[in-house]
Design a protein around this ligand. Structure first.
Ligand SMILES: [Zn+2]
Length: 919
């Protein structure tokens, strides 16, 4: 490995290495304890069989030195806080991060062995890719992609890509089209691996405080035997001479009014990604055009009611070699008008430019995104760097974040610069796709028809011994899945390497105000890179029960209507100029001692550069005190966008909705959580009358201001108590202890029918409060059930994308659940029941216990963003003693202890189902 360059910048010291094969390695050495590794391969394609995606699943399934499912088994044998594999449009990445150096080494060996020497067995291909079984196609990726293409937004995005980049790698679906996946040939996949997973076609990114000497040796051991090969460049798109219009039909969104579901977008092919300052410029223009209520496109498209929300493709995308900018709406009722509105707005901005405050507000958001260091910062930086390198960009230029922003500031100061670029990329650009998608109620049926045609054609081609051949293979697969797992070849991190102490964040408490309305202010002093983070917790338990479902909408409305002093446009711009946004949300907090009690709050969160704290608290105060509740038109927009956002989440996060539904009548906390975050909230939102609701929200806000508030601030210097005190003086409440109403536990089976082709199934039991000695045991039980039984039964055998037991110790709820599950709910519920029988009749080995402990401790010790240090104890009120007691319980637990808590799963439970209808 040859060192090419060393440079220093605010990210750390950057080293660039090159191997004789051409492998390019960027290492950023700095003080971050969370060490990141990512290896990426350029995986361009020319069909829709999902080749790179299926290969990604297979790579981690077995390798030269690690035979039995190393990736999934390492999830519970490693201390890493992130392990994954990702398939993009032109690259496949294998990232992990961990704070432990032994663990880093273990994972590095496994990742490299899997990438460069995978087994790629036929049986794994059948399990993860596709197989023919019981007269149907099956397979993990096959089912995963069926779920993806039945989601209207994903479908729209896939088609968008296909029509904007025809004839190139990007014109194909790298995830795989379920109608093409079963045509993928096993040998083609192996051939593809030999070509693409070669060091000459790969890139490494590492980040953190670890010494790289050992890791570098390990990498070299794995790749030194390779000789360089020629790598084809990515084929670029020839520019169109005329715009293109496409009208297609797609799936119906079961959650939305069918007349509100047309999606329309104009997409412009823009610059090559590697031209860095052009990429910065177009991203700047994109945000100027689209972000916030003051933006030209928001006014032209959303405020004008031409659509309910932006289309899912909207924004600037650098996922392809040549980038694109898309602008569009969903809930579109007149595409011609939308198109005209977009071009009119572009024309106006070309003629008038943008006000300097607006440009400044976007530049400040860019700066904050560089300073706001979340725990995943290194990970995301790595992905973006690798993508830039795959697009032939110079990573050292890319990583010079501060200088790039400086250069951008200079560019936009040139008179007419932005206008000139608007003309170049939008008004004078002929590579424009006009894509309209209307929902077709028959879409699902037509897809099923094409599936059965594909199946019939497949069956017609089967020779006489074809069926028995498949039957034999399927039997072999089942035999392999049932084999007792021997994990002796996989390393495990010893528990002795993990601290028995719960990590704690020291905070200082201050009191402000009179005794009656005393505001508690908690302060955490830490290195925040010059940012301040402020959280308020407002008690809303006094609000009438029937009004509580309105609170999520009220939270959204706080920053969506404008105030008595400022129009929405001015308010929004001020917020962007001074802060990282003002966010309000509803928060239910389970009581650590008693499942019959819980807290009910509105949480306000804002962040800003420390020199802007004063203006930011003024803005928060204005929002809390002076919202203009007469803005009917703005309110309508706000209501519709919340509704559409939430309904779109159902397909992607169906398991959360199913679990919330199942839990909804089990504890008072879960009931409220369902009202605020579950399908009940969505149905409630649909049912309200927007005409009368606004006045109601105004009265509710008066009531909220009569509540109590607590504050939490994370900063580098002393908190400005006078400013926080002034802000909190909005709330006049006196502290009284509210009793929760008596609650009757009730068991039920509920379903929400949607045409998805797959299910999300949940079965939920009540456990114990957080401080109960059984809580750690239940948490371990959930981990054992998942890794030892459910993963094999539901994912490997059943083809569900995910299946697990989850114990949430804070809420005391024990869930069984599946994600994108093709099995039919009865079989899935039956598997949940069998899991309980299985654990009762099986011995739990020491190794399994140790894995479960590691799995739980890893979750407890996941790195926390600087801006969130100490936040959890502020929000949930859990004491350090309680956290330590839970942690001790994990370390101490024995096999016998696990048996003691199985009885919780033999009591009555509730079921929640999204997809099929419950019979
Ligand atoms: Zn996948």
């Amino acid at each position: 490995m040859r060192l090419l360059t060393t440079t220093k910048n605010p990210l750390g010291t950057i080293y660039r290495y090159r191997h004789k094969t051409g492998l390019d390695w960027i290492h950023i050495s700095n003080s971050s304890k969370n060490n990141v590794f990512t290896i990426g391969f350029k995986t361009t394609i020319n069909d829709n069989t999902g080749l790179p995606h299926i290969l990604e699943h297979l790579t981690l399934a077995s390798s030269r030195n690690y035979k039995k499912n190393p990736f999934f088994n390492m999830l519970s044998r490693s201390y890493s806080n992130f392990m994954n594999a990702l398939t993009g449009d032109d690259l496949t990445m294998y990232p992990f991060s961990t704070v432990n150096s032994q663990d880093y080494e273990n994972l590095l060996r496994i990742y490299l062995d899997c990438c460069f020497y995978p087994t790629l067995s036929k049986l794994d291909f059948m399990q993860e890719g596709w197989r023919y079984q019981n007269g149907a196609f099956q397979g993990v990726v096959y089912n995963e992609m069926k779920g993806v293409v039945s989601d209207p937004s994903s479908f729209f995005m896939i088609e968008h890509q296909k029509h904007l980049y025809p004839g190139t790698n990007y014109g194909y679906n790298s995830g795989g089209d379920p109608l093409a996946i079963p045509t993928l040939n096993y040998d083609t996949l192996k051939q593809f691996h030999r070509q693409k997973y070669h060091p000459s076609n790969s890139f490494i990114f590492t980040f953190g405080d670890m010494d790289m000497e050992r890791p570098m040796q390990i990498v070299q051991e794995h790749i030194d035997s390779f000789e360089p090969i020629h790598v084809d460049p990515i084929s670029t798109t020839s520019r169109w001479t005329d715009p293109k219009s496409v009208h297609l039909t797609g799936p119906v969104d079961g959650m939305l009014d069918p007349s509100q579901q047309d999606r329309f977008a104009l997409s412009f092919m823009t610059n090559d990604h590697k031209d860095l300052m052009e990429s910065y410029t177009v991203k700047l223009i994109s945000d100027l055009l689209l972000d916030g209520a003051a933006s030209p496109m928001y006014k032209a498209l959303i405020e004008s009611k031409l659509g309910t929300d932006y289309a899912p493709t909207t924004g600037y995308s650098t996922y392809s070699y040549t980038t694109h900018q898309s602008i569009g709406v969903q809930g579109c009722n007149n595409p011609e008008k939308v198109q005209k509105a977009i071009f009119d707005a572009l024309d106006t901005t070309f003629r008038n430019g943008f006000r300097s405050e607006r440009i400044e507000s976007v530049l400040r958001q860019f700066e904050m995104s560089v300073r706001h260091r979340v725990s995943m910062f290194g990970m995301h930086l790595g992905w973006n760097t690798l993508r830039f390198m795959i697009h032939d960009g110079n990573p050292l230029l890319f990583l010079d974040l501060d200088n790039n922003l400086k250069e951008l500031r200079q560019l936009v100061q040139q008179p007419g610069y932005i206008q000139h670029k608007i003309k170049q990329y939008f008004l004078d650009n002929n590579h424009v796709l006009k894509l309209l998608m209307t929902p077709d109620p028959e879409h699902g049926r037509k897809v099923s028809e094409r599936e059965s045609q594909l199946l019939k054609a497949f069956e017609a081609k089967l020779t006489k011994d074809g069926v028995p051949k498949w039957e034999n293979l399927n039997e072999e697969l089942i035999k392999k899945q049932n084999e007792k797992t021997d994990l002796s070849d996989l390393p495990i991190l010893s528990l002795a390497e993990i601290s028995p102490q719960t990590s704690s964040f020291d905070t200082t408490e201050y009191g402000i105000g009179s005794a009656a309305s005393n505001v508690k202010v908690l302060h955490r002093r830490t290195n925040t890179n010059g940012m301040d983070y402020l959280y308020l917790k407002i008690d809303v338990s006094g609000i009438a029960e029937e009004d509580k479902p309105l609170l999520p909408l009220l939270c959204r409305a706080l920053t969506s209507l404008g105030t008595k002093k400022k129009s929405l446009e001015v308010l929004d711009e001020q917020i962007r100029l001074n802060s990282g946004g003002i966010h309000a949300s509803c928060l239910a907090t389970p009581d650590p001692f008693d499942l019959q009690r819980h807290g009910e709050y509105i949480e306000i969160y804002t962040t800003c550069l420390q020199e802007q704290f004063s203006t930011t608290t003024d803005l928060v105060q204005e929002v809390l005190k002076e919202v203009d509740w007469s803005k009917q038109s703005e309110f309508l927009t706000c209501w519709k966008s919340l509704l559409s956002e939430m309904s779109q989440r159902v397909v992607g996060e169906g398991h959360s909705f199913a679990m919330s539904m199942a839990a909804s009548k089990l504890t008072p906390y879960a009931e409220l959580n369902e009202k605020w975050n579950g399908l009940s909230q969505l149905k409630y939102l649909e049912s309200i009358d927007p005409e009368t609701t606004l006045a109601k929200l105004s009265t509710l806000m008066d009531e909220i201001r009569a509540s109590t508030v607590d504050a939490f601030i994370v900063s580098e210097s002393k908190p400005q108590l006078d400013l926080i005190g002034n802000l909190c003086s909005v709330f006049k409440g006196s502290r009284t202890v509210k009793k929760n109403a008596p609650f009757q536990e009730f068991h039920q089976r509920q379903s929400h029918v949607m045409d998805l082709g797959v299910n999300f199934v949940a079965r939920t039991f009540v456990g114990v409060p957080f401080t109960h000695p059984d809580a750690p045991k239940l948490k371990l039980l959930s981990s054992i059930l998942t890794s030892q039984y459910l993963h094999t039964e539901l994912r490997e055998k059943g083809g569900a994308y995910g299946g697990a037991a989850r114990y949430a110790p804070k809420s005391g709820l024990f869930h069984f659940m599946t994600y994108r599950d093709p099995l039919g709910y009865e079989r899935t519920l039956n598997t949940f029941s069998k899991a309980i029988g299985w654990i009762k009749s099986h011995e739990i080995t020491n190794e399994v216990m140790e894995e479960a402990k590691l799995d739980v401790l890893k979750q407890l010790d996941a790195p926390v963003d600087a801006g969130q240090e100490g936040l959890s104890s502020f929000l949930y009120g859990n004491t350090l003693e309680a956290e330590q007691q839970f942690r001790d319980g994990i370390f101490r637990a024995t096999q016998e202890n696990i048996r003691e808590v199985i009885h919780y799963l033999e009591q009555e439970s509730s079921v929640g189902l999204i997809g099929e209808s419950l019979q």
